[in-house]
Write a protein that binds this ligand. Structure first.
Ligand code: SAM
Length: 256
């Protein structure tokens, strides 16, 4: 039976790949890549010569059918994204669904686990993570306020991904909304205002008491890996002050 392997690849440091992942990437007939140019660097580093096929979030139905036909023909495939675990804020789900629907029982889907920015960030955050909620990327426009409110009111720590272009905007909005929204997970804070029209007095009080504990992680496993801890206010100040702190990839963890 043919196999579609879902293979995790490094999120920065090329050494962060499992021995099994390297073997599978070397043995399959084709590697489905989010961006063939990005994966080419990984394959070249490990001298893997397997041919690549492009498969990304905008791939057409025809492309999905083409991949399903390859699997139906008995070939083995590996799906990789640009970094980390496919399917985690990355393409994968649509293809897996199609394989399950169209090749039920005729192809196997196997995980080759490895890095993901969400688990790597949580692991060094120092925030209790026996339970957490992963919310992926905040929406750019519609639903953004509601998304951030849900973070503030969550009972459990929340992890989000954010790009360098929007990290400061996101942290500022998080601060603003956390000041204006009662944290349902902290009953003591419910005495503070719900509306956006907070008087200066109340703002002072809530600023002292309702700041959520936040850890921002940048460039995990890369040369400039940095962890920002402390109050939201101080993290925003630090990242705003130096352009170098605004470069790279970010994970934000809002603790409870
Ligand atoms: N599938 C990937 C995973 O398993 O983590 C996530 C892909 S998502 C398109 C890319 C986002 O993941 C980035 O914008 C950033 O928020 C986060 N990310 C990926 N690599 C990272 C790194 N080395 N350091 C910090 N965040 C990272």
């Amino acid at each position: 039976m043919s196999v579609l392997y879902i293979v995790a690849t490094p999120i920065g440091n090329l050494e962060d790949i499992s021995i099994r992942a390297l073997r599978v990437l070397g043995e399959v007939d084709f590697i489905l890549c989010e961006d063939t140019r990005v994966t080419a660097k990984l394959l070249a580093h490990y001298n893997i010569k397997t041919p690549a096929i492009s498969y990304h979030q905008h791939s057409s139905e025809a492309k999905v059918n083409e991949i399903v036909t390859i699997l139906a023909g008995g070939k083995n495939l590996a799906l990789v994204s640009d970094a980390g675990t496919p399917g985690i804020s990355d393409p994968g789900g649509k293809l897996i669904q199609a394989v399950l629907e169209k090749l039920d029982g005729e192809a196997q889907i196997e995980s080759v686990p490895g890095p993901s920015a969400v688990t790597a960030a949580l692991s060094i955050s120092g925030i209790p993570t026996d339970k957490f909620i992963f919310m992926g990327f905040p929406p750019h426009k519609k639903g953004r306020q509601t998304f951030i409110k849900k973070i503030v009111q969550s009972e459990f720590p929340v992890v989000v991904y954010e790009s360098k272009h929007r990290i400061i905007k996101f942290l500022e909005e998080l601060e603003k909304i956390s000041l204006a929204t009662p944290d349902l997970a902290k009953p003591d804070n419910n005495q503070y205002p719900i509306s956006n029209k907070i008087s200066n007095d109340k703002l002072q009080i809530s600023k002292k008491t309702n700041l959520t504990s936040v850890v921002v992680v940048r460039e995990l496993s890369k040369m400039h890996e940095t962890v920002y801890r402390g109050s939201l206010e101080s993290i925003i100040k630090k990242i705003t002050a130096d352009k170098n702190d605004q470069k790279g990839e970010f994970v934000v963890i809002v603790g409870k």
